[in-house]
Ligand binder design. Structure first.
Ligand code: GTP
Ligand code: MG
Length: 245
């Protein structure tokens, strides 16, 4: 079964769909394909802005207001264990039996299920694409939650800033890391200087400066690829911050 078949099945099976997005890149981790499907199948959608601990409250409020124009929306942080009450309220309104949790890789779907169900039944990882199959987890007597693998819609741009890339899967991680750095530079709130101890003046050469500073060496020079993989991993695990609309 392809990725999309899994998603379509999950939506069909459920009364409520939670679309989990990453607060840092909220609009870019929303999937219009998922949202259209939910509408078409006449299911209820609740957008869950996760990782709200990584953005300022004002930014979080702004994106929530924007999404609220179209859908029910709740901000949470599974890391800070915030927002459970609001989310349970938003789900409970529909009195569902089955709730599926859908979204891009690494947005925190499995973490969210664990927070809601007070268990660690759904396995989590900073490696995108970690959850492979679907898994039902009981939330309460009435409600079951369905964990799903992250979706990467074919027709939407596959991108590093959507945390959807495993750096070790790339032939050349530099291209993706530079794309991420460009985005972070143009956005707000990056902590590059804090993490790598190098001011970001120019993207060209930034990876090589990281490699130098960290002593990532290969025969004949610095290991820029290793620096690139490091940057992508730091973004995927939330160590590297930055947000944009
Ligand atoms: N800072 C922060 N990190 C979070 C939060 N929720 C999840 N994470 C981190 O994000 C990464 C991905 O979490 P998962 O719950 O495995 O994400 P997923 O959506 O199930 O990922 P896939 O199964 O790969 O699609 C992990 O490193 C989590 O620790 C959050 O609220 N804040
Ligand atoms: Mg998962």
């Amino acid at each position: 079964m392809g990725q999309w078949d899994v998603v379509i099945c999950a939506i069909k099976e459920s009364d409520v769909v939670l679309e989990v997005i990453d607060a840092r890149v909220a609009s870019e981790t929303r999937s219009s394909k998922v949202e259209n499907l939910v509408r078409k199948l006449r299911k209820n959608l609740v957008v869950v802005i996760n990782k709200s601990d990584l953005v300022p409250k004002e930014f979080d409020d702004r994106i929530r207001e924007e999404i609220k124009k179209e859908y029910d929306v709740v901000s949470v942080s599974t890391k800070a264990r915030k927002g459970t009450g609001f989310l349970k309220g938003a789900i409970g309104k529909y009195k569902p039996n089955k709730v599926s949790v859908i979204g891009y890789p690494n947005t925190g779907k499995s973490s969210l299920i664990n927070m809601l169900s007070h268990s660690s039944g759904a396995r989590t990882s900073s490696v995108p694409g970690y959850t492979k199959g679907v898994q039902w987890i009981r939330l309460s007597k009435q409600i079951k939650l369905l964990d799903t693998p992250g979706v990467l819609p074919m027709d939407e741009k596959f991108s590093v800033f959507r945390s959807s890339i495993r750096p070790e899967k790339l032939k050349v991680a530099q291209v993706a890391a530079n794309e991420l750095l460009e985005k972070i530079k143009a956005g707000e709130g990056n902590n590059l200087h804090e993490i790598y101890k190098i001011p970001l003046d120019d993207i060209d050469g930034y990876l090589s400066q990281i490699a130098q500073k960290r002593n990532y060496l290969i025969k004949g020079g610095v290991d820029i690829e290793r620096a690139a993989r490091q940057v992508i991993n730091d973004w995927n695990c939330g160590k590297l911050t930055g947000w944009w609309f």
